[in-house]
Design a protein around this ligand. Structure first.
Ligand code: 6CS
Ligand code: FE
Length: 307
């Protein structure tokens, strides 16, 4: 049974047809922020946007040190640290609450105003994480739409969220960088299979439910094609919550790490999950709507936090 207010049924018993997106992709106007009409149009059409120099080169050494520290110093029992089967850290959630420096990144002039402009409102952090993909052993993520999970398991009602993935290492075509299906964000692909109890204890390393089947992915890839994100450290990839994306493993010696920030509109607060028994923990899906405060400029060490 699916909720009457559910525009995007998923985790269904049998495959159903793809659903056309209802919401716009871009909610703000050119006057609302730093993105010009061409950039806004491109995001609306493609579902993603690449923004070089989102963090300046002067930030990168300090941010990389911060990541190393978070990866090695966060308490082994802290549920916010997700590990690979071999024990190495894969993701640390809520880094903006663990690190002042990362909190400052959220509020940068190159970050927060973009989120507000894309979503046409004040925004809050739905989920934040740092991802480590070490050389040789880093593993990827299978194809998925983030919105599918956030809707099913977190009760996000509408497609009014966007992710900002800031590269802290150079992203090449060959070190596990993100692949996207441009334009796929306008179609919702319902997924087959109920959400298992406590799904998030495994899905953050390997996602098994909430992924389209191979036939559906083949048709989507034929229709939209696949683009691969590449760019130097400091580049941000902004992408819509419903864009189909995934990544391969990293068998190169070159690590790939990033700061991953999900902004949601304050007008799109979470409800009860649409297709799961229980909501996920706060560190994966914030239920407290705390609008991100004012901008702190672009220099390292400015002391204004996120409010
Ligand atoms: O669970 C999440 O919120 C995110 N992680 C995965 C592996 N899939 C959905 C979403 O991107
Ligand atoms: Fe994702």
């Amino acid at each position: 049974m699916h909720r009457a207010d559910d525009n995007y049924p998923t985790r269904v018993e049998e495959r159903i047809d793809p659903i056309q997106r209802i919401e716009p992709t871009v909610w703000g106007e050119p006057v609302n922020g730093p993105l010009d009409p061409a950039a806004l149009n491109s995001f609306a059409e493609q579902g993603y946007l690449v923004r070089p120099d989102t963090v300046g080169g002067d930030w990168l050494p300090a941010l990389r040190r911060e990541l190393d520290e978070l990866g090695s110093n966060v308490d082994a029992a802290d549920p916010r640290v997700i590990r690979e089967p071999n024990g190495s850290p894969r993701s640390v959630f809520e880094p903006h609450l663990l690190s002042d420096l990362i909190a400052q990144v959220v509020a940068l002039d190159t970050v927060l105003p973009v989120a507000r402009q894309l979503l046409g409102s004040d925004v809050y952090i739905h989920q934040a994480r740092i991802n480590f993909m070490p050389g040789f052993t880093g593993t990827g993520f299978y194809w998925h739409s983030d919105f599918e999970t956030w809707h099913a398991e977190d009760g996000m009602p509408a497609m009014r969220a966007a992710s900002c993935s800031i590269a802290l290492t150079d992203n090449y075509s060959y070190n596990g960088s993100l692949m996207v299906m441009p334009g796929s964000h306008r179609t919702f692909y319902p997924c087959v299979g109920a959400t298992p109890e406590n799904n998030h204890s495994t899905s953050l390393v390997r996602q098994d439910v909430g992924v389209p089947d191979r036939e559906v992915l083949t048709a989507a890839a034929e229709r939209f094609g696949i683009n691969q994100f590449t760019g130097p450290a400091g580049t941000a990839l902004w992408f819509d919550c419903n864009l189909m994306h995934g990544s391969g493993s990293n068998i190169t010696p070159f690590p790939r790490s990033n700061i991953f920030l999900v902004f949601n509109s304050v007008e799109n607060a979470l409800t009860e999950p649409f297709a799961a028994q229980h909501p996920r923990p706060e560190f994966l899906a914030a239920r407290r709507v705390v609008p991100v405060g004012t901008s702190v400029g672009t220099s390292v060490g400015s002391d204004t936090g996120v409010g």
